[in-house]
Design a protein around this ligand. Structure first.
Ligand code: SF4
Length: 302
């Protein structure tokens, strides 16, 4: 049972009453959405030809210094203009599902998990049964993931850090390596390690873990992959991402002010395969150009 009057929805465990005050994520008890749009994203089993109807929520439980979505994830910006009623959100989603898209992704969903429960109920009542994707930074409480058991079809968590120090410096979340691992374990407990696909090759159930390789941080990537291999399983699909580009506050850190090199990416990919991971996806080294969102534009992804 999710209780926003004692909010422990993410691994920050602020324990505050969100009807009265704001915690780290600065989200009260309202719904704030930047954009609801079709996104043809990274993993082909999720996007297919028609893409994913992605709901981009405002603010975030992490504050990564290099966040590619900083325009909407930064907890300092005023999100008043993005306040949306549940009904309006439902209408916008239904409009997109009516075009034939059957994948519905919630991006940075955790502080809004109680609202996702209501939305899923409204959609089902009106005969919409999309595949629901929980696209999260991984910094979730196990209780929240448990509460999503009968709602979510595919979990799409990041596993960003094996290094506590890096998690602290770059995302203000020193406990990330352990907390995210616990959340992913619960996802795998619910869905198993095998990705289920339909006749068109689209995912219907499972867990896909995303890991973004950061410049100068090959050891962090190796340690994250090692954690996943030893604590979960090498059967789990990994989406190994090369699309980092310096943005937001990245220029505060000299080593973060560049893209990753093809050598760095190859070293991490080689390590991943050597551990035994052989389900999932790798990216082309220059893929950062393909995934630059601009949330100030009507068309977010070019
Ligand atoms: S969602 Fe996380 S950051 Fe936001 S108030 Fe709850 S525990 Fe704190």
């Amino acid at each position: 049972m999710i209780d926003i009057t004692n909010c422990n929805m993410c691994a920050r465990h602020c324990g505050i009453d969100r009807t009265q005050k704001k915690g780290f994520c600065r989200i009260d008890d309202n719904l704030y959405i930047s954009t609801i749009c079709i996104h043809k994203g990274e993993e082909p089993v999720l996007t297919g030809e028609k893409g994913v109807c992605n709901v981009f929520f405002d603010h975030c439980t992490l504050q990564c210094e290099y966040c590619q979505n900083y325009q909407i994830s930064c907890n300092l910006y005023d999100m008043g203009k993005d306040r949306m009623s549940l009904e309006e959100c439902y209408i916008q989603i239904a409009r997109i599902l009516d075009t034939g898209c059957n994948m519905l992704g919630f991006v940075s969903p955790t502080p809004y998990a109680h609202i996702i429960e209501n939305l899923a109920e409204m959609l089902a009542k009106n005969s919409y049964h999309p595949i629901i994707i929980y696209n999260t930074n991984g910094y979730d409480s196990v209780e929240t993931i448990r509460s999503m058991k009968d709602i979510v079809d595919v979990y799409l968590p990041d596993y960003k850090y094996g290094s506590y120090e890096l998690a602290k410096d770059l995302s203000k979340a020193e406990n990330y390596p352990d907390a995210a691992l616990d959340a992913i374990k619960e996802m795998v407990r619910q869905k198993g390690t095998a990705l289920k696909l339909d006749e068109n090759g689209l995912a219907t159930s499972g867990v896909i873990v995303r890991h973004l390789v950061l410049p100068g941080q090959v050891e962090n990537s190796k340690s994250a992959l090692l954690n996943l291999a030893t604590e979960i399983s090498t059967d789990i699909p990994i989406s190994l991402m090369s699309q980092y580009y310096p943005t937001y506050h990245a220029d505060k850190y000299p080593e973060m002010s560049r893209k990753i090199t093809s050598e760095e990416y190859a070293e991490v990919a080689h390590f991943m395969f050597s551990l035994g991971f052989d389900n999932g996806w790798t990216q082309e080294p220059e893929s950062s150009e393909c995934y630059k969102p601009d949330f100030t534009e009507e068309k977010v992804f070019k």
